[in-house]
Write a protein that binds this ligand. Structure first.
Ligand SMILES: [Zn+2]
Length: 219
């Protein structure tokens, strides 16, 4: 029998996974009050957390369907950062889901305009030898969407100047784990800066890392 592609998840399954990941991020302190938002691809558009979402009120039915042109297809108001999510999906075909947070350590670095250099090999899991920080732009603006879209076309995560962080991955569970990883790396980088001057991996170290990562499908 010929192999067949796995069936696409149903809308109900996507909504349940989004709600579960929202609560995972909240449990780990990555989403506080109503900061941050999550989304996944859904048909030609996306499902995204509603404006003003919080862990106390989020439900699978809370997520808002939005078409690729930004028009809301269902009831409820989508997150104010919907343009940023749509810009990433438009530029990054492999992005299946996106998580945006104001997690503490990412935000602390972003408020100093600091990206994360290749001080630890797990930085390489984001697709290069650093995790950049894009300049500040107003929340919800086309300018912020453009900056994040351009950065995430080259990396699986970046910091947003004076704002927070954003990550993409194949599905919402992987994107939530990536946002958690980014916060962990940001915390370790801040600690390393307090302990001394973090050393960065060399170009040769990165060549070896990426070769090993490809072998183990790591990242
Ligand atoms: Zn934000």
């Amino acid at each position: 029998m010929a192999d067949t592609a796995p069936a696409a998840p149903t809308e109900a399954a996507l909504r349940a996974a989004l709600a579960e990941s929202y609560l995972y991020l909240s449990r780990h302190g990555l989403l506080e009050l109503n900061s941050g938002n999550v989304s996944c691809r859904f048909g030609d558009g996306i499902l995204i957390s509603p404006n003003g979402a919080s862990a106390e009120t989020i439900r699978p039915g809370s997520f808002v369907a939005v078409a690729a042109d930004g028009s809301a297809a269902g009831s409820g108001r989508p997150s104010s950062e919907t343009p940023m999510h749509l810009a990433v999906y438009a530029r990054v075909p492999e992005a299946g889901a996106i998580v945006h947070t104001h997690s503490d350590h990412c935000t602390a670095l972003a408020c100093c305009g600091l990206g994360i250099p290749g001080f630890h090999y797990l930085v390489g899991g984001f697709g290069g030898d650093d995790i950049p920080c894009v300049p500040y732009a107003t929340f919800g603006s086309a300018e912020l969407a453009e900056l994040a879209g351009a950065a995430l076309a080259r990396r699986k995560g970046c910091l947003l100047g004076n704002h927070g962080a954003i990550c993409h991955d194949r599905d919402i569970a992987a994107a939530a784990a990536r946002a958690h990883r980014l916060e962990s790396i940001a915390r370790q980088y801040l600690l390393a800066r307090q302990a001394g001057t973090p050393l960065t991996l060399t170009a040769e170290n990165w060549r070896d890392y990426h070769a090993m990562a490809a072998k183990f499908r790591y990242g």
